[in-house]
Design a protein around this ligand. Structure first.
Ligand code: ADP
Length: 247
């Protein structure tokens, strides 16, 4: 079954080829007056870590937004294997520091899609929130204001919010950018554990080390696909120098 755009992606389930959690063909997407993704065709392998790599402005966030359903494709085809709607963890900088939210309230927002923001959380919702916070090692920060946390702590709170959505498809925008090496390693290890537990993870990243440790890589250049496959096949010195230092 092929289901087309202009519907929330959760409506666009279909039988993707085996082993593919998401498939897209000839995808065009962007912003009013600003086309970004051009004729993009690729897939996201199931139960694996995929790194979206490319220079600033190459369209990584735009692609994540399309996969998350917050940006509509203007043409092309987007298919999801059957499963839960994706959980999207936006860039840390996109989440206002000044918002008067505690860490726990931030994670609780992950239940809103299921419950509605106006409904009280159920006991089951609270258990899901507790378990996501414990998993990310942020249970002890529950009462702290989001704006007071370190970058690494805030990132873990945002990932816990994603986990609280209980999706098997987790999309993250630059989860390790701007963090110190220890915080970066901790997050990379957590994401690797999530994959081992049955989650499909897609992360946009500038961190070539993180990208090299992924199972699969999508390399973007000016909104086009410049490579897809295993990191060692895609992130070759030639490909990287071509993309990062255009003649
Ligand atoms: P990346 O994540 O690889 O840095 P983006 O997807 O954020 O790339 O951006 C791709 C292009 O789209 C850039 O040229 C950027 O300036 C533009 N862009 C991003 N967000 C918007 C927006 N909300 N409105 C208009 N243009 C945007």
């Amino acid at each position: 079954m092929t289901i087309m755009f202009n519907k929330p992606p959760r409506m666009r389930t279909a039988d993707t080829p085996k082993g593919e959690r998401v498939r897209f063909d000839d995808l065009d997407a962007g912003y009013p007056g600003r086309p970004v993704l051009r004729q993009l065709s690729a897939h996201i392998p199931s139960l694996a870590m995929t790194a979206l790599v490319g220079p600033n402005g190459s369209g990584k966030s735009t692609l994540l937004g399309v996969l998350a359903g917050v940006i509509d494709a203007t043409s092309g085809r987007l298919l999801y294997a059957r499963g839960r709607p994706p959980a999207f963890v936006p860039q840390r900088g996109a989440v206002g520091d000044a918002l008067p939210l505690t860490a726990r309230q931030t994670v609780e927002m992950g239940r809103w899609e299921e419950r509605g923001p106006w409904r009280r959380l159920t006991r089951q919702d609270r258990a899901v929130v507790d378990s996501a916070m414990e998993r990310l090692g942020v249970a002890g920060l529950a009462a702290r204001q989001l704006g007071e946390l370190s970058g690494g702590q805030r990132q873990r709170v945002l990932i816990a919010q994603g986990l609280a959505q209980q999706s098997d498809l987790l999309l993250l925008d630059e989860p390790t950018t701007g963090l110190d090496p220890e915080a970066r390693e901790r997050i990379t290890a957590l994401l690797t554990d999530l994959v081992a537990d049955g989650t499909t993870v897609v992360q946009a990243t500038h961190d070539l080390e993180a990208a090299r440790s992924a199972d699969a890589c999508l390399l973007l250049s000016e909104g086009r696909l410049a490579g897809q496959g295993r990191p060692e096949e895609v992130l070759t010195p030639t490909a990287l120098s071509r993309i990062w230092q255009p003649a």
